[in-house]
Design a protein around this ligand. Sequence first.
Ligand SMILES: NC(=O)c1ccc[n+]([C@@H]2O[C@H](COP(=O)([O-])OP(=O)(O)OC[C@H]3O[C@@H](n4cnc5c(N)ncnc54)[C@H](O)[C@@H]3O)[C@@H](O)[C@H]2O)c1
Ligand SMILES: [Zn+2]
Length: 365
Amino acid sequence: MKEMRVGLGDRSYSIHVGHGCLEDVGQACKDLGLGQRLAIITNPTVADLYLEPVERSLGAAGFSVSVATMADGEEHKTLETAGRLHGDLIEGGLDRGSAVVTLGGGVVGDVGGFVAATYMRGIPFVQVPTTVEAQVDASVGGKTAVDHALGKNMIGAFHQPGLVWIDTETLKTLPDDEFLAGMAEVVKHALIRDSELVDFLDQHVDTLVDRTIGAERLDWLIARNCAIKASVVEADETERGLREILNYGHTIGHAIEAASGFKLKHGQAVAAGMVANGKIAVDKGVLDRTTCERQEALFRRLGIARWAGATSEKLFDLMRSDKKTRDGVIRFVLLHGIEKAVSHDDVTSEEIEAGMAYARSFVTG
Ligand SMILES: NC(=O)c1ccc[n+]([C@@H]2O[C@H](COP(=O)([O-])OP(=O)(O)OC[C@H]3O[C@@H](n4cnc5c(N)ncnc54)[C@H](O)[C@@H]3O)[C@@H](O)[C@H]2O)c1
Ligand SMILES: [Zn+2]
């Protein structure tokens, strides 16, 4: 079991990473001093697999537990779903001293966190993430949100969890495409912050692809990524500066994801976005070709990058309407080398076009 601390003053919390630790979550919640009444927010897919042990563990620790379920899928990450869950919490008798436990992937974590952030002006919550995406990224950092018809994650709040409880054994049941798509964020973290992790990925990427990596290395990988995310969040909780580097690959990535009508997985689109960024950085003369090729080799082996069939005009429109765009200027995080991520507002339309054309042909082979 690995334990890390996210140091944010009175909003500090721990991240626990272990293999087969799901049944210990009750005791951990008790140690945290949460109120007696809890609601687990989850979806039917995850509930079938993991609700029983979590409910049992919380019950054994003395909590009275209710369960609130949302439908599975990004299309249900809405204000309407959140409103229904608020209703479940009211009916479950949760008061200002109660807490929420989110059990599931990034969708359940984002919606459940948003419900906790807004229920009675904010109650504590615990994240129990069960996908790679959620374990290495979404569960840490306190960004909670729902989507709006006019844009993804448009309605949200910063609300840090009181605890992040990660059982890497839950990844066993995750389909291959979900498991590997989540690795896009892992590659991102490695490139922007951790050359040792890049070395590790070079060495072990094939065991990720065939999923023979083993519990010990998987735990190390997940914990290392949580530590990277935590260190960035500690330095810049509400994304006024450093935290922006976590958007590496996401400017074009989000546009591709939206252009696909969210049929592509986030990680698949972001991987293509990173490939485009690599080309842009090399063209600008800020990144050496060897480092760019190292990134591409990882994505080639992972095989996750995907492109949506959209015109560049459409993609430009989507980029301009993104939350990251300020005063009409599309912002890019570019690598100037491994561990050297720099935010740019000087990428020209021609450079973006060239980056996208390159990534499109990389993806389609
Ligand atoms: N808050 C943040 O900082 C942040 C960061 C990254 C991503 N996100 C958000 O996360 C969401 C994507 O998360 P995701 O990729 O986890 O998708 P997801 O939550 O939709 O989960 C993917 C699928 O896997 C299923 N699932 C979950 N755990 C499982 C398990 N252990 N075994 C089998 N199936 C399982 C889910 O039910 C779902 O069908 C997006 O909405 C994105 O905006 C948020
Ligand atoms: Zn992402």
